[in-house]
Write a protein that binds this ligand. Structure first.
Ligand SMILES: C[S@@+](CC[C@H](N)C(=O)[O-])C[C@H]1O[C@@H](n2cnc3c(N)ncnc32)[C@H](O)[C@@H]1O
Ligand SMILES: C[S@@+](CC[C@H](N)C(=O)[O-])C[C@H]1O[C@@H](n2cnc3c(N)ncnc32)[C@H](O)[C@@H]1O
Ligand code: SF4
Length: 381
């Protein structure tokens, strides 16, 4: 079982906070498309014995591609890979691209999951983020999308300095009243060298407020629970049967192939990432070279990564798995360093009977907002 991620490195304009890889010029789109097809072909040997269960078009803005371009990528995947009978196929889409006609067009294609970058239902927030869409487009596209797609997830940003708790609650109510069955919600983060970073340094934009972000997070956890969404990963909330299969496979350490500039791949103990530059990517692929850097993870790295991803999910960290995969030394280390957090009720040790007797370390509700810091204190260094 494996997944394929395809990175579409184009956006209409740069959101002030974003440091993902994209270009705002579409000049090289055709060349880049040909290279994505070629990379899919070259790298098919890497997944020769695996069934592809999930395909994810991420970005950048994949909804800038035409349906024909998306179909060509899907046909290429089918031509060179063994794809399961009912793969999860996600398209990340921005509201300004999701007109009624385009939604209908997408719904007739094999794409069966839409991930819509709503971020907020208020124009002032969208303007302050430099998003290309407005609040009206957010609402309209959700209205249409929910008629043609059953599996819809939306992205919302919380912890925006000037967003009152009341306004954040309105955003959540709006999303949940549309009946979305999945939400990914991220705290606004100031990434180095973004416009947001410069604005805060110049005093044009207020600095982030941790307390406000915590209030937003608590409201998010409470409200999604009331609407029947399960908090299955720190930033992800979904109704049962609507959890993201693709992202879950990342968190569960399954293999995935990342195609396109800046895309990451993971196989067993090796992760690799493609160059985050469209011209360099095109040049290399045209010359038959894979423009990537690879890193073999040590046992310690793999243990630390399992702690970080495991504690962020409802599946937690299994003591049996630690003993089997890493050995008794690692288990003893974890038992000792986790004690303090268990006493503080930030972590909890759950003894499960089904399907097998097992001890699982999980994050409590109180610990969730602090999970990254807690996990890093448990690392083997
Ligand atoms: C990289 S975008 C790709 C999909 C699409 N272009 C969009 O904007 O929705 C995926 C998600 O990452 C979020 N994101 C990117 N940078 C972020 C930041 N600094 N803080 C919080 N969320 C961020 C975006 O808002 C978006 O929901
Ligand atoms: C910030 S989250 C967005 C959440 C998403 N909308 C969802 O369905 O849960 C993931 C982002 O990371 C990026 N991403 C995901 N998988 C990747 C991979 N294998 N390599 C590089 N970037 C990846 C994409 O830009 C994607 O928008
Ligand atoms: S948040 Fe999405 S639309 Fe905005 S710049 Fe980043 S990738 Fe592009």
């Amino acid at each position: 079982m494996a997944g394929i991620y395809i990175h579409i490195p184009f956006c209409k304009q740069a959101c002030f906070y974003c440091d993902f890889h994209f270009s705002t010029s579409l000049k090289k789109k055709d060349e880049l498309m040909a290279c994505l097809v070629k990379e899919l072909e070259i790298r098919s040997v890497e997944l020769a014995n695996q069934t592809i269960e999930t395909i994810y078009f991420g970005g950048g803005t994949p909804s800038l591609l035409t349906i024909e371009e998306l179909q060509l990528l899907l046909e290429t995947v089918h031509k060179f890979y063994a794809v399961s009978e009912h793969p999860e196929i996600t398209l990340e889409a921005n509201p300004d691209d999701l007109t009624k006609d385009r939604i209908i067009e997408f719904s007739k294609s094999p794409i069966n999951r839409l991930s819509i970058g709503i971020q907020s239902f208020f124009d002032d927030d969208l303007k302050s983020m430099n998003r290309a869409h407005n609040a009206e487009e957010s609402k309209l596209c959700l209205e249409y999308a929910s008629k043609y797609f059953d599996n819809i997830t939306i992205d919302l940003i919380y912890g925006v300095p000037e967003m009152s708790l009341e306004k954040w609650n309105k955003n959540l109510d709006m999303a949940l009243r549309f009946g979305v069955n999945h939400i990914s919600s991220y705290a606004l983060t100031v990434e180095p060298k973004t416009a947001l970073d410069a604005f805060i340094k110049k005093g044009i934009y207020p600095p982030l407020d941790e307390d406000l972000a915590l209030q937003h997070f608590n409201a998010l956890v409470k409200k999604t629970e009331r609407y029947g969404l399960v908090h299955y990963e720190i930033s992800n909330f979904g109704k049962p049967h609507y959890f993201s299969k693709h992202n879950t496979s990342y968190w569960q350490g399954k293999s995935y192939l990342g195609i396109g500039p800046s895309a990451h791949s993971f196989f067993g103990d090796t992760r690799s990432w493609n160059v985050a530059n469209n011209n360099k990517y095109i040049q290399a692929i045209q010359g038959g070279i894979l423009p990537r850097t690879a890193e073999k993870l040590s046992k310690q790295d793999q243990f630390n990564e399992y702690l970080m991803t495991g504690l962020r999910t409802i599946w937690g960290v299994s003591f049996n798995k630690i003993e089997t995969n890493f050995g008794l030394d690692f288990l003893e280390h974890l038992k000792i360093v986790s004690e303090k957090f268990i006493k503080q009720e930030l972590l909890i040790l759950v003894h499960e009977q089904e399907p097998h007797p097992a001890s699982i370390l999980k994050t409590t509700t109180k610990g969730k907002f602090l999970v990254d810091g807690i996990a890093s204190e448990l690392f083997m260094i």
